[in-house]
Design a protein around this ligand. Structure first.
Ligand code: THU
Length: 130
């Protein structure tokens, strides 16, 4: 699949799933989508909790869904928020991403559909591994 095609598919899926974001406490809605080496797409949103620390980020939900479906080869992950600024992944999500592909491609997309592209090696160098 061409790079533009991957971006468009992931963007469309992140926008779709964003509607399911459960964020009544922060009102900050995040949609994440990813594509595996085999071409499968998984996505997730943040899911918050009244006990704030139990909340989960969109990226980790998308990754865990993929892994639970037997797909660990995560090639590219896109993070979408309806904000003017771009939303980079938190440190915890970076560590989880690095578990599966320390060179994962990452797109950050804002409300205008503008994007920034990174490799996880840039965002999370020298990651912890056992
Ligand atoms: N959040 C994500 O889902 N992904 C990020 O990359 C940053 C933060 C969520 C967690 C929480 O529900 C809300 O955004 C505000 O921190």
């Amino acid at each position: 699949m061409k790079k533009d095609e991957i971006f468009e598919k992931l963007f469309k899926e992140a926008k779709r799933i964003l509607r399911n974001s459960y964020a009544p406490y922060s009102n900050f809605h995040v949609g994440a989508s990813l594509i595996t080496g085999s071409g499968k797409i998984y996505s997730g949103t943040n899911v918050e909790n009244a006990s704030y620390g139990l909340s989960m980020c969109a990226e980790r939900i998308a990754i865990f869904k993929a892994v639970n479906n037997g797909e660990k080869d995560i090639d590219t992950l896109l993070i979408y928020t309806e904000t003017e600024t771009f939303t980079p992944p938190c440190g915890a999500c970076r560590q989880v991403m690095a578990e599966f592909n320390s060179e994962m491609k990452i797109y950050l997309v804002n409300m205008y559909g503008e994007y920034k592209e990174f490799s996880l090696t840039e965002l999370f160098p020298w990651n912890f591994k056992l």
